[in-house]
Design a protein around this ligand. Structure first.
Ligand code: C5P
Length: 247
Protein backbone atom coordinates (compact mmCIF):
# COMPACT_ATOMS: atom_id res chain seq x y z
CA UNK A 1 0.00 0.00 0.00
CA UNK A 2 1.56 3.28 -1.14
CA UNK A 3 1.39 6.36 1.04
CA UNK A 4 0.47 9.02 -1.53
CA UNK A 5 1.83 12.54 -1.89
CA UNK A 6 -1.32 13.59 -3.73
CA UNK A 7 -4.59 11.87 -2.77
CA UNK A 8 -5.64 9.37 -5.45
CA UNK A 9 -2.22 9.24 -7.06
CA UNK A 10 -0.07 6.20 -6.43
CA UNK A 11 3.51 6.89 -7.48
CA UNK A 12 4.53 10.34 -8.71
CA UNK A 13 7.42 11.41 -10.90
CA UNK A 14 10.05 13.80 -9.57
CA UNK A 15 12.44 15.14 -12.20
CA UNK A 16 15.88 16.01 -10.79
CA UNK A 17 16.99 19.34 -12.30
CA UNK A 18 20.67 18.46 -12.04
CA UNK A 19 21.92 21.37 -14.15
CA UNK A 20 24.74 23.82 -13.65
CA UNK A 21 22.78 26.77 -14.99
CA UNK A 22 19.25 28.07 -14.95
CA UNK A 23 18.92 28.37 -18.75
CA UNK A 24 19.26 24.61 -19.19
CA UNK A 25 16.72 24.02 -16.44
CA UNK A 26 14.37 26.57 -18.07
CA UNK A 27 14.58 24.66 -21.35
CA UNK A 28 13.62 21.37 -19.68
CA UNK A 29 10.78 23.00 -17.70
CA UNK A 30 9.44 24.41 -20.98
CA UNK A 31 9.74 21.05 -22.71
CA UNK A 32 7.87 19.24 -19.92
CA UNK A 33 5.15 21.90 -19.62
CA UNK A 34 1.78 20.47 -18.66
CA UNK A 35 3.08 17.12 -17.42
CA UNK A 36 2.14 16.07 -13.87
CA UNK A 37 5.66 16.10 -12.43
CA UNK A 38 7.48 17.61 -9.46
CA UNK A 39 10.85 19.31 -10.01
CA UNK A 40 13.76 18.63 -7.64
CA UNK A 41 16.14 21.55 -7.12
CA UNK A 42 19.43 20.56 -5.50
CA UNK A 43 22.47 22.41 -4.23
CA UNK A 44 24.14 23.09 -7.58
CA UNK A 45 21.17 24.66 -9.34
CA UNK A 46 19.96 26.47 -6.22
CA UNK A 47 23.36 28.12 -5.72
CA UNK A 48 23.51 29.12 -9.38
CA UNK A 49 19.89 30.13 -10.03
CA UNK A 50 18.87 31.33 -6.56
CA UNK A 51 15.58 31.55 -4.66
CA UNK A 52 14.03 34.11 -7.02
CA UNK A 53 14.33 31.63 -9.87
CA UNK A 54 12.62 28.96 -7.76
CA UNK A 55 9.83 31.37 -6.81
CA UNK A 56 9.37 32.37 -10.45
CA UNK A 57 8.58 28.77 -11.43
CA UNK A 58 6.39 28.14 -8.38
CA UNK A 59 4.39 31.27 -9.29
CA UNK A 60 3.96 29.76 -12.77
CA UNK A 61 2.38 26.71 -11.11
CA UNK A 62 5.31 24.28 -11.04
CA UNK A 63 5.67 21.98 -8.02
CA UNK A 64 9.12 22.16 -6.41
CA UNK A 65 11.00 19.78 -4.12
CA UNK A 66 13.92 21.63 -2.50
CA UNK A 67 16.67 19.08 -1.92
CA UNK A 68 19.28 20.96 0.12
CA UNK A 69 19.56 18.32 2.90
CA UNK A 70 19.46 20.70 5.86
CA UNK A 71 21.49 19.82 8.95
CA UNK A 72 22.42 22.38 11.63
CA UNK A 73 21.32 23.41 15.10
CA UNK A 74 17.52 23.40 15.57
CA UNK A 75 16.99 27.17 15.39
CA UNK A 76 19.07 27.56 12.22
CA UNK A 77 17.35 24.74 10.35
CA UNK A 78 13.91 25.84 11.52
CA UNK A 79 14.52 29.36 10.16
CA UNK A 80 15.74 27.90 6.85
CA UNK A 81 12.55 25.82 6.63
CA UNK A 82 10.50 28.97 7.22
CA UNK A 83 12.16 30.58 4.18
CA UNK A 84 11.49 27.44 2.12
CA UNK A 85 7.86 27.49 3.20
CA UNK A 86 7.51 31.19 2.22
CA UNK A 87 9.04 30.32 -1.14
CA UNK A 88 6.19 27.84 -1.64
CA UNK A 89 8.18 24.62 -2.02
CA UNK A 90 6.10 21.48 -1.64
CA UNK A 91 8.77 19.25 -0.09
CA UNK A 92 12.27 19.60 1.37
CA UNK A 93 14.99 17.34 2.72
CA UNK A 94 16.82 17.38 6.04
CA UNK A 95 19.20 14.97 7.73
CA UNK A 96 17.39 12.74 10.23
CA UNK A 97 20.55 12.65 12.39
CA UNK A 98 19.71 16.30 13.23
CA UNK A 99 17.57 14.64 15.90
CA UNK A 100 14.27 15.12 17.66
CA UNK A 101 15.00 18.65 18.89
CA UNK A 102 15.77 19.89 15.39
CA UNK A 103 12.59 18.33 14.00
CA UNK A 104 10.40 19.60 16.87
CA UNK A 105 11.69 23.13 16.38
CA UNK A 106 11.00 22.96 12.62
CA UNK A 107 7.44 21.75 13.25
CA UNK A 108 6.86 24.61 15.71
CA UNK A 109 8.08 27.28 13.26
CA UNK A 110 6.18 25.77 10.33
CA UNK A 111 2.97 25.62 12.39
CA UNK A 112 3.36 29.39 13.00
CA UNK A 113 3.88 29.91 9.26
CA UNK A 114 0.84 27.78 8.42
CA UNK A 115 -1.24 29.99 10.71
CA UNK A 116 -0.12 32.92 8.51
CA UNK A 117 -1.26 31.06 5.39
CA UNK A 118 2.00 29.51 4.15
CA UNK A 119 1.58 25.88 3.19
CA UNK A 120 3.73 23.52 5.26
CA UNK A 121 6.27 21.74 3.05
CA UNK A 122 6.49 17.97 3.46
CA UNK A 123 9.57 17.14 5.55
CA UNK A 124 11.65 14.30 4.14
CA UNK A 125 14.42 12.70 6.16
CA UNK A 126 17.70 11.61 4.65
CA UNK A 127 19.12 8.65 6.58
CA UNK A 128 22.45 7.20 5.38
CA UNK A 129 23.50 8.61 1.99
CA UNK A 130 23.47 5.87 -0.64
CA UNK A 131 27.02 6.83 -1.61
CA UNK A 132 28.19 5.07 1.60
CA UNK A 133 29.13 1.41 1.45
CA UNK A 134 29.38 -0.59 4.68
CA UNK A 135 33.12 0.02 5.00
CA UNK A 136 32.86 3.79 4.55
CA UNK A 137 29.88 3.93 6.90
CA UNK A 138 31.56 1.86 9.64
CA UNK A 139 34.51 4.30 9.56
CA UNK A 140 32.16 7.21 10.28
CA UNK A 141 30.14 5.26 12.86
CA UNK A 142 33.25 4.11 14.74
CA UNK A 143 34.70 7.63 14.76
CA UNK A 144 31.57 8.74 16.61
CA UNK A 145 31.89 5.83 19.05
CA UNK A 146 28.97 3.85 17.61
CA UNK A 147 29.12 0.26 16.38
CA UNK A 148 26.87 -0.20 13.35
CA UNK A 149 27.03 -3.63 11.71
CA UNK A 150 25.99 -2.14 8.35
CA UNK A 151 24.70 0.98 6.64
CA UNK A 152 21.34 -0.81 6.31
CA UNK A 153 21.22 -1.29 10.10
CA UNK A 154 21.64 2.49 10.57
CA UNK A 155 19.08 3.21 7.82
CA UNK A 156 16.50 1.06 9.62
CA UNK A 157 17.19 2.75 12.97
CA UNK A 158 16.93 6.23 11.45
CA UNK A 159 13.73 5.44 9.51
CA UNK A 160 12.16 4.32 12.80
CA UNK A 161 13.17 7.65 14.36
CA UNK A 162 11.91 9.62 11.33
CA UNK A 163 8.51 8.03 11.93
CA UNK A 164 8.60 8.53 15.72
CA UNK A 165 9.70 12.17 15.40
CA UNK A 166 6.92 13.04 12.98
CA UNK A 167 8.64 13.47 9.63
CA UNK A 168 6.36 13.13 6.60
CA UNK A 169 8.65 10.76 4.75
CA UNK A 170 12.10 9.57 3.94
CA UNK A 171 14.42 9.27 0.96
CA UNK A 172 15.38 5.63 0.39
CA UNK A 173 16.86 3.34 -2.23
CA UNK A 174 14.50 1.19 -4.36
CA UNK A 175 15.74 -1.82 -2.45
CA UNK A 176 14.46 -0.47 0.86
CA UNK A 177 11.07 0.75 -0.31
CA UNK A 178 9.08 -2.47 0.33
CA UNK A 179 10.44 -2.61 3.86
CA UNK A 180 9.45 1.05 4.45
CA UNK A 181 5.98 0.60 2.93
CA UNK A 182 5.33 -2.50 5.07
CA UNK A 183 6.71 -1.24 8.36
CA UNK A 184 5.98 2.48 8.15
CA UNK A 185 2.87 2.97 6.01
CA UNK A 186 2.59 6.47 7.53
CA UNK A 187 5.82 7.59 5.82
CA UNK A 188 6.16 8.80 2.24
CA UNK A 189 8.97 7.02 0.40
CA UNK A 190 10.91 9.11 -2.10
CA UNK A 191 13.06 6.87 -4.26
CA UNK A 192 16.08 7.78 -6.42
CA UNK A 193 18.29 5.22 -8.21
CA UNK A 194 15.78 4.70 -11.04
CA UNK A 195 16.83 3.48 -14.48
CA UNK A 196 14.74 2.59 -17.54
CA UNK A 197 16.42 -0.39 -19.12
CA UNK A 198 19.79 0.60 -20.45
CA UNK A 199 22.59 1.76 -18.14
CA UNK A 200 23.57 5.44 -18.19
CA UNK A 201 27.15 5.83 -19.47
CA UNK A 202 29.58 6.02 -16.52
CA UNK A 203 26.71 5.39 -14.09
CA UNK A 204 27.40 5.90 -10.38
CA UNK A 205 24.06 4.41 -9.29
CA UNK A 206 24.84 0.79 -8.46
CA UNK A 207 21.54 -0.49 -7.05
CA UNK A 208 18.91 0.59 -9.52
CA UNK A 209 15.34 -0.37 -10.39
CA UNK A 210 12.82 0.41 -13.14
CA UNK A 211 9.99 2.90 -12.52
CA UNK A 212 7.33 0.17 -12.78
CA UNK A 213 8.98 -2.10 -10.22
CA UNK A 214 9.69 0.74 -7.77
CA UNK A 215 6.00 1.72 -8.05
CA UNK A 216 4.89 -1.87 -7.47
CA UNK A 217 7.07 -2.00 -4.38
CA UNK A 218 5.23 1.00 -2.93
CA UNK A 219 7.28 4.13 -3.77
CA UNK A 220 5.30 7.34 -3.16
CA UNK A 221 7.48 9.06 -5.74
CA UNK A 222 10.48 8.19 -7.85
CA UNK A 223 13.31 10.65 -8.53
CA UNK A 224 14.66 10.54 -12.07
CA UNK A 225 17.56 12.66 -13.27
CA UNK A 226 19.83 11.56 -16.12
CA UNK A 227 17.43 9.10 -17.80
CA UNK A 228 15.22 12.16 -18.54
CA UNK A 229 17.57 15.12 -18.71
CA UNK A 230 20.09 13.37 -20.97
CA UNK A 231 17.43 11.72 -23.15
CA UNK A 232 17.21 12.63 -26.82
CA UNK A 233 13.51 13.39 -26.30
CA UNK A 234 13.01 14.19 -22.59
CA UNK A 235 9.25 14.73 -22.95
CA UNK A 236 8.74 11.32 -24.56
CA UNK A 237 10.83 9.66 -21.87
CA UNK A 238 8.88 11.42 -19.10
CA UNK A 239 5.59 10.38 -20.76
CA UNK A 240 6.77 6.78 -20.97
CA UNK A 241 7.65 6.79 -17.26
CA UNK A 242 4.32 8.42 -16.34
CA UNK A 243 2.61 5.66 -18.33
CA UNK A 244 4.45 3.04 -16.26
CA UNK A 245 3.40 4.82 -13.05
CA UNK A 246 -0.21 5.28 -14.25
CA UNK A 247 -0.55 8.61 -12.51
O1 C5P B 1 20.61 11.02 -12.58
P1 C5P B 1 19.96 10.20 -11.50
O2 C5P B 1 18.61 9.64 -11.91
O3 C5P B 1 20.89 9.18 -10.88
O4 C5P B 1 19.64 11.30 -10.38
C1 C5P B 1 19.17 10.94 -9.11
C2 C5P B 1 18.94 12.18 -8.29
O5 C5P B 1 18.59 11.76 -6.96
C3 C5P B 1 20.15 13.09 -8.14
O6 C5P B 1 19.68 14.44 -8.03
C4 C5P B 1 20.77 12.65 -6.83
O7 C5P B 1 21.46 13.68 -6.18
C5 C5P B 1 19.53 12.26 -6.03
N1 C5P B 1 19.76 11.31 -4.94
C6 C5P B 1 20.31 10.06 -5.14
N2 C5P B 1 20.52 9.21 -4.08
C7 C5P B 1 20.18 9.58 -2.84
C8 C5P B 1 19.62 10.84 -2.63
C9 C5P B 1 19.41 11.68 -3.72
O8 C5P B 1 20.61 9.68 -6.27
N3 C5P B 1 20.34 8.75 -1.85
Amino acid sequence: MTNALTPGCNTELIVALDFSDAQKADALLAELEGLPVIYKVGLELFLQAGPEWVKHWINKGRRVFLDLKFHDIPNTVAKACVQASRMGVEMLTLHTVGGRQMIDRIQEELANEAAKGHQKPKLLGVTVLTSFDDLGWSEVAQATGVESPSARHSVEGLVAKASEWGLDGIVCSPWEVSWVAENYPNLLSIVPGIRLDQKVVGDDQARTMTPKLAAERGASAIVVGRPIILAEHPRNTALRILGDLKC
